[in-house]
Design a protein around this ligand. Structure first.
Ligand code: NDP
Ligand code: HSE
Length: 429
């Protein structure tokens, strides 16, 4: 019998308790051992009672779990950096295997946790930390291990994907959809982490570390959120054959340099990620042997996330039975150069307001040309006195684009630069 010590009985923790009970026979058969909930640490014990967990299984403090030699696997579902980090390290140092869904912790403290796990020859599994119920970490480490991964592009945040889907379908403003998402419980009262792209940034830090075998932390990720996206941008995207999605992008060039960023992006309507709507998540992976692969599903929620957590528990039990714990530990054996945003290359959509008279376009095009920025397409909408000008560039270095825009802003024919959004999912042109 394998005994679990559960930390946190909130949304996901409750799902784990339910799933261990609901599918106990399947789990026992597949793992080869019966898996039981032995002790639970939870601040609000009422949550435990509601799940039918008896008082004798409720820990008084963390030491009740860490010092219980019968506990084989600690499942950390309290979230945040501390005390989660101390609890996880404490469990590992006592020879316990750990499962966690905590992206905040792994994106920042991954190196220390993996080092401790290796030293103690225990498993640390974290499938639920990225994409909730979608299998992506294990496939990248195992099934796709033969590939040189060229890029990983994810829609990794359900809240913002719901909001952008709503803006696209119903023509609503950012403020309107945020209010609605909060009323429905998708967005939190303080939505910063989701709408500013930080949640997705933590997840792509984790995925890119695995894909490129090099430790990428949150600080390495360039982040832009969706707060500046307007119905006008969404309409222009549609007119040009694109949709706007918040993408988490990780790419590796032929020299092994990597770029990791989160930003709203135009993607062609024909791209597989363009059809990922509402709160769904997806991860698109390009490998040199496998080609394009897409993983799609529910990126959050009680039972989808519990599915990933319990899957990790089963895998650890299988390792225990074969004496092969520690088999798949840290895979960051390399140290790749992470590009700064100025050195990244992308195609851009630029929306600006300009004076509508002869020579204006030529003046703007001249500034771009002098800075190595090549224009691929131009769209202009007539206004009363001013016109709205949309430019799509070929692939350019960000430093060159920013320099051009700094110069363009000073032209007396340019009223304002209203938005700048990257294009993604196109072959290089
Ligand atoms: P919840 O807030 O619902 O649950 C966390 C639980 O842990 C709460 O009941 C909380 O109690 C309790 N808790 C927090 N700190 C302590 C502590 N020091 N001692 C004892 N109990 C504590 O969070 P979720 O279940 O939503 O998330 C858990 C983890 O899973 C997070 O890392 C999250 O990022 C991750 N995750 C969540 C997903 C989701 O869909 N919810 C999807 C993918 C990953 P109290 O409420 O009293 O603070
Ligand atoms: N806040 C996240 C989302 C779910 O909206 O996808 C938890 O990672």
């Amino acid at each position: 019998m394998i005994r679990i010590g559960l930390l946190g009985c909130g949304t996901v923790g409750s799902g784990v308790v339910k799933l261990l009970e609901q599918n106990k026979d399947i789990i026992a058969n597949r793992a080869g051992e019966t898996v039981v909930l032995h002790k639970v640490l939870e601040r609000d014990v009422e949550k435990c009672y509601q799940l039918g967990i008896p008082a004798e299984k409720i820990a008084q403090d963390i030491d009740d779990i860490l010092n219980d030699e019968e506990i084989d696997i600690v499942v950390e579902l309290i979230g945040g950096l501390e005390p989660a980090f101390s609890y996880v390290i404490g469990a590992i140092n006592r020879g316990k295997h750990v499962v966690s869904a905590n992206k905040d912790l792994i994106a920042v403290k991954g190196r220390e946790i993996f080092k401790a796990a290796e030293e103690n020859n225990v498993d640390f599994y974290y499938e639920a930390s990225v994409g909730g119920g979608i299998p992506i970490i294990y496939p990248l480490k195992q099934s796709l291990a033969a590939n040189r991964i060229k890029e990983v592009i994810g829609i990794l945040n359900g809240t913002t994907n719901y909001m952008l889907t709503k803006m696209t379908r119903e023509g609503l403003s950012y403020e309107q959809v945020l209010k609605e998402a909060q009323e429905l419980g998708y967005a939190e009262a303080d939505p910063t982490s989701d709408v500013e792209g930080l949640d997705a940034a933590r997840k792509i830090a984790i995925l890119s570390s695995i894909a490129f075998n090099s430790r990428i932390t949150l600080d390495d990720v360039y982040v832009e959120g969706i707060t500046g996206i307007t119905p006008a941008d969404i309409n222009y995207a549609a007119e040009l054959g694109y949709v706007i999605k918040l993408l988490a992008v990780a790419k590796q060039d032929d020299e092994g340099n990597v770029e990791v960023r989160v930003n709203p992006a135009f993607i062609p309507v024909s791209h597989p990620l363009a059809g990922v709507n509402d709160v769904f998540n997806a991860v698109f992976v390009k490998g040199d042997a496998v080609g394009d692969v897409m993983h799609y599903g529910k990126g959050a929620g009680q039972m989808p996330t519990a599915s990933a957590v319990v899957g990790d528990i089963i895998e650890i039990v299988r390792n225990m039975r074969c004496g092969s714990n520690g088999r798949i530990g840290c895979t960051c054996y390399d140290e790749k150069r992470v590009l700064k945003v100025d050195d990244m290359k992308a195609r851009f959509y630029i929306r600006m307001t300009v004076v509508d008279r002869p020579g204006v376009l030529a003046g703007i095009a001249g500034v771009f040309g002098n800075n190595n920025v090549s224009i691929a397409a131009v769209l202009q909408k007539e206004g009363e006195d001013m016109a709205e000008l949309i430019l799509i560039t070929h692939e350019v270095r960000e430093r060159d684009l920013r320099k051009s825009l700094d110069e363009v802003k000073t032209l007396d024919t340019v009223g304002s630069i209203n938005n700048i959004i990257r294009l993604e999912g196109l072959d290089k042109q």
